[in-house]
Design a protein. Structure first.
Length: 271
């Protein structure tokens, strides 16, 4: 199945399939990456993986909401867009798609730099790193990007280079339900594709807000798994963006994406 095919399955709601793919990845990175849980500026990238990513992704800033940001993505002009996913050697490249929720968050931050200026920002499930890049461009005092895929970490470094930014710290361990430090703002996009993950996010974020007084912004284009989850009752719409035609075509006709502010009721804190 081509990558465009697995994208369609995800958007149609086959969340269980992809949750399993995230938890048990095919193939995998080098042992050096397996032993590493934190990536910081100054480390050199594995030359072999760098070359592979540069050869099999396209640098683009068109077709999405943030033309200011250049990204290495899988596009229809890339070899693996039509190749069988099993031939991709580093696990499912969810990071190589600029998903609509992340686009909305990044656009909002670029248009409203006061949201992050001088603040510490945690980008959860960072993927290609676009939202972390937008926060850095907009003057965040500290940015940490998190994704459980180490190859996403490498891609983020490459994307920082494309945008003439010093790479921000990246952690590739699962930090949900753990202590992840004090943050002024947590941002996450397109993370509500699996019920178990959504439940974990809901409880963890609610606890973070209660203990750390952290602000939380969520980007999502209105997928069923998100709108039907109990967290939806604790969200307030911040802004809605109309998606560019290319993004609509590549996301099963989704026409818009929304930034939500997560404001859980105090009466539900102990639920």
């Amino acid at each position: 199945m081509a990558f465009s095919g697995w994208k369609l399955l995800l958007l149609l709601g086959r969340q269980d399939t992809f949750a399993k793919a995230v938890r048990s990845r095919r193939g995998g990175p080098s042992l050096r990456w397996k032993r590493c849980c934190h990536w910081s500026a100054g480390k050199s990238l594995d030359p072999e993986v760098r070359a592979f990513l540069e050869e099999n992704t396209e640098v683009t800033n068109s077709g999405h909401l943030t033309p200011e940001i250049r990204l290495r993505l899988l596009t229809p002009r890339c070899r693996f867009w039509k190749e069988k996913p099993d031939l991709w050697p580093y696990g499912d490249p969810f990071w190589a798609i600029y998903w609509p929720g992340g686009q909305a968050l990044s656009r909002y931050i670029l248009d409203n730099p006061r949201v992050v200026k001088g603040r510490s920002v945690l980008d959860l499930g960072s993927g290609c790193g676009a939202t972390a890049i937008a926060a850095t461009m907009s003057g965040a005092s500290q940015v940490l990007a998190n994704d459980i895929d180490p190859i996403a970490g490498m891609a983020m470094i490459l994307n920082c280079e494309l945008n003439h930014l010093n790479p921000f710290p990246i952690t590739i361990k699962n930090i949900i339900n753990s202590e992840a430090g004090n943050w002024d703002l947590i941002v996450l996009g397109d993370m509500f594709y699996d019920e178990q993950l959504a439940d974990g996010l809901h409880h963890w974020l609610r606890k973070y807000i209660r203990i750390q007084q952290t602000e939380v912004l969520i980007g999502d284009p209105g997928r069923h798994q998100f709108l039907s989850h109990s967290i939806r009752r604790q969200l307030h719409k911040v802004i809605e963006y109309s998606l560019p035609e290319y993004t609509r075509q590549e996301n099963n006709g989704l026409t818009s994406s929304i930034v939500w502010s997560y404001q859980p009721s105090k009466s539900l804190e102990n639920c």
